[in-house]
Design a protein. Structure first.
Length: 401
């Protein structure tokens, strides 16, 4: 048996978000745990990959098929427009060169391009793009073009031998958007976590008095409409307002990630304007880019991790907070109740006062919160990539029967 995998999301614009995180880990663990199976990985010619380290030692069960050069954003390059309209043309054309009878193609992200003449299994992570109309944030015209390609590829998933989702929640979402597919061929497989619980120095990210004042943190999410970053700011501002009469210094709110520091991004400028309008400027700290090794310390040393996203397929960021032993506040919606179980503090992320009360509880009642944090750590420890890879492999094998 040979399994052909689209590995381009470990190289392109998706490599640093949840989709790339999934691709990196599922490919690594499939290859590692099934040495008797041949894996053919489709990759660009000219870009580094987040799985390059895996190839430092030659692997007998892996063959890399180069599919051509990646065309980065370039408004004056006709091929860039072609790739925007037909993102999978390189992938699908390359498949014809490597496919043999009995093979199966696995796509960790359907938008990369799906073949129709080859048996395939595809992962569908969520439906945030259509639900929030966020196919592209470059312009209205890009959004329309990307919406077209999104649905062209999504409708192809109706021809899949099997579909894998990150949670049962997305099974229901798929059926709502595409009710014609056989529900018995959709397999919810929870993902794993790979954050190492290793301390590192984080002083350079934070104000000098962070140890005295403490901080709350939002880490592991980008800035799109579903992430509800405005709800986070509003909830924190309401908490600050509650504490104003006490005269005590409140904990900082730390927002971690490079996506929040681009001054050219109109949405980021609006976010900073909102912070100023709410009167919490100076209390909200932006770390900028951080290394993977620093995630644990940023989370572990915080008073609470807050994720008020209105829509997620799994919720890596919130789970990593729980794994770090940090009390985690999440919005009660989408996949969160299924995945977080009883290991998090649930709130209505659109209600600033409710968010503020949860923060107040976390900051003031440390004894009770320790119990919640302990349970959160137990829940997070259940999610392992080895189990994800094993269940995924079984789906791929059975799809050929």
């Amino acid at each position: 048996m040979r399994i052909i995998i689209d590995a381009t999301t470990t190289q392109n614009e998706w490599k640093s978000n949840g989709i790339g995180f999934y691709a990196r880990n599922i490919i690594t663990h499939l290859v590692k745990e099934h040495s008797d199976t041949k894996f053919i990985l489709l990759m660009y010619d000219d870009l580094p990959s987040t799985i390059d380290e895996m190839f430092m030692v030659p692997l007998k069960n892996v063959e890399i098929k180069r599919i051509g050069k990646y065309i980065d954003k370039n408004l004056f390059h006709i091929l860039w427009y072609v790739r925007q309209l037909f993102p999978g043309y390189l992938t699908v054309s390359s498949l014809k060169q490597v496919y043999e009878k009995g093979d199966i193609f696995f796509s960790p992200f359907f938008w990369g391009g799906l073949p129709l003449r080859i048996p395939f299994v595809v992962a569908i992570h969520d439906f945030a793009f259509p639900k929030f109309n966020i196919y592209s944030q470059i312009s209205i015209f890009h959004n329309l073009a990307r919406a077209f390609t999104y649905w062209v590829e999504m409708f192809k998933t109706l021809r899949a031998r099997a579909i894998i989702t990150d949670a049962q929640f997305t099974v229901g979402e798929y059926h709502r958007y595409l009710p014609g597919y056989n529900m018995q061929k959709i397999f919810p497989i929870h993902l794993g976590l790979d954050m190492q619980n290793v301390e590192s120095n984080i002083d350079h990210f934070l104000p000098k008095d962070w140890k005295e004042r403490g901080y709350l943190i939002y880490l592991g999410g980008g800035y799109t409409r579903n992430k509800n970053t405005e709800g986070l700011i509003d909830g924190y501002a309401a908490y600050v307002s509650m504490c104003r009469e006490s005269g005590k210094e409140v904990p900082y709110l730390v927002i971690a990630g490079k996506n929040f520091t681009n001054p050219k991004d109109i949405s980021i400028r609006k976010l900073h304007e909102r912070i100023l309008e709410k009167g919490v400027r100076g209390k909200v700290i932006f770390t900028g880019r951080y290394e993977d090794i620093e995630r644990y310390s940023l989370l572990h040393n915080s008073l609470a991790s807050i994720h008020l996203s209105l829509y997620e397929g799994f919720g890596f960021g919130a789970l990593e907070g729980m794994k770090a032993g940090t009390p985690t506040i999440v919005h009660y919606g989408s996949c969160y109740p299924e995945v977080m179980k009883d290991g998090a503090i649930f709130v209505d992320g659109t209600n600033p006062r409710e968010v503020a009360n949860a923060i107040l509880h976390v900051v003031n009642d440390r004894k009770t919160v320790k119990v919640i944090a302990k349970r959160g750590k137990e829940v997070a420890s259940e999610y392992k990539w080895e189990k994800t890879a094993r269940e995924t492999y079984n789906v791929l094998v059975n799809a050929l029967k």
